[in-house]
Write a protein of this length. Structure first.
Length: 335
């Protein structure tokens, strides 16, 4: 999949496995003991007080502007989990507030197509979030390996394997007033059984408690009102737009609004200008129109999208055979 540059470059040292000294407690920089954040899906073996000494770091498997995600082994249970490490020296007060909000939101959501959040702890160096490990890595990497080239996914597989579960997960979030704000293939993970799971709540907000006030996210997945920073009409329809972009990209292999120049990409998004290949079913065109309406008032809700004709009888389809034979895929790189 071709896309414009999305995030700021990160220095190479974020890939190094941390070697901080850890004690028996998790003090803040000021030396005070901090309460642990235990997710509702935290397994018993992770519910006791954790420090870095409880885990063996295996490899860095992903990164963001402020964090690095590591595959680790919980030493006592020998269970693989991931830890998202956010270095305090890299964080401004705004980033720390977003991180605490991420832990608050992710810690209470429970859905079979959302990555499980287990717990978090901190020391004077960093914040650590412990989460479920999805063995096959992110969706973008997975479908490139599976389908080659730009990684266009066949229509039947896409709607049953990716779209229907994703819509259900986001509908669940919206039912509680949670807006994800960063839906894209890199933030969808694939388990060893082939299930897709939404992850990364770093930009999420609870709309019942606060209103979005900034245009954050990935340009090619940002809705027109976000690019205009029109906060007066920010709503859960932000996610609907992103799902439309993801649908196009997965089926076609390129973003609907991609241009070499960022200003041209922004112009295409603001005007809702894209072309649907003629070989796609008419239901795809109609679904994209329902998601990619420039006016958010004309975009469908998640509940309505679940009843779209494009998803008719999707529950009757069998899981694609390759999803039950993931052992043939390479699992060494979980990016």
């Amino acid at each position: 999949m071709v896309r414009a540059a999305r995030e700021a470059d990160n220095q190479l040292d974020i890939y190094r496995v941390p070697s901080f000294k850890s004690g028996t407690s998790s003090p803040t920089a000021g030396g005070r003991s901090t309460p642990r954040n235990i997710g509702v899906q935290c397994p018993p073996f992770l519910q006791s007080k954790n420090t870095l000494a409880n885990f063996q770091f295996i490899a860095a498997i992903g990164h963001g502007c402020m964090s690095t995600v590591f595959l680790v082994v919980h030493i006592l249970s020998q269970v693989n989990v991931v830890i998202k490490v956010c270095m305090k020296t890299r964080m401004q007060p705004l980033e720390e507030r977003r991180l605490r909000r991420e832990m608050e939101i992710h810690g209470v959501v429970v859905h079979k197509h959302i990555i499980s959040y287990y717990s978090s702890f901190e020391d004077k160096n960093a914040f650590y979030m412990v989460m479920e490990h999805a063995q096959e890595g992110n969706l973008l990497t997975f479908i490139r390996k599976k389908y080659g080239g730009d990684g266009a996914v066949p229509f039947t597989e896409f709607r049953s394997w990716i779209l229907a579960p994703l819509l259900d997960a986001v509908r669940y979030l919206h039912s509680f007033g949670i807006i994800h704000r960063d839906i894209k293939p890199e933030n969808i993970l694939v388990t060893k059984d082939g299930a897709i799971k939404l992850c990364d709540f770093g930009l999420s907000i609870h709309s019942h408690k606060e209103r979005p006030r900034s245009n954050v996210g990935t340009i090619e997945y940002m809705s027109p009102e976000m690019l205009r920073n029109d906060t007066s009409i920010f709503s859960e329809k932000i996610d609907v737009w992103s799902i439309g972009v993801l649908t196009y990209e997965c089926l076609v292999g390129v973003s609907p609004f991609f241009h070499k120049e960022e200003k041209d990409t922004i112009d295409a998004v603001l005007k809702g200008r894209y072309t649907v290949p003629s070989d796609l079913p008419s239901s795809v065109t109609e679904f994209l129109q329902a998601c990619l309406a420039v006016d958010p008032g004309r975009r469908w809700s998640l509940q309505r999208l679940l009843g779209h004709p494009m998803l008719a009888d999707v529950h009757k389809e069998k899981q694609p055979r390759h999803l039950n034979r993931l052992s043939i895929m390479t699992t060494a790189s979980n990016n």
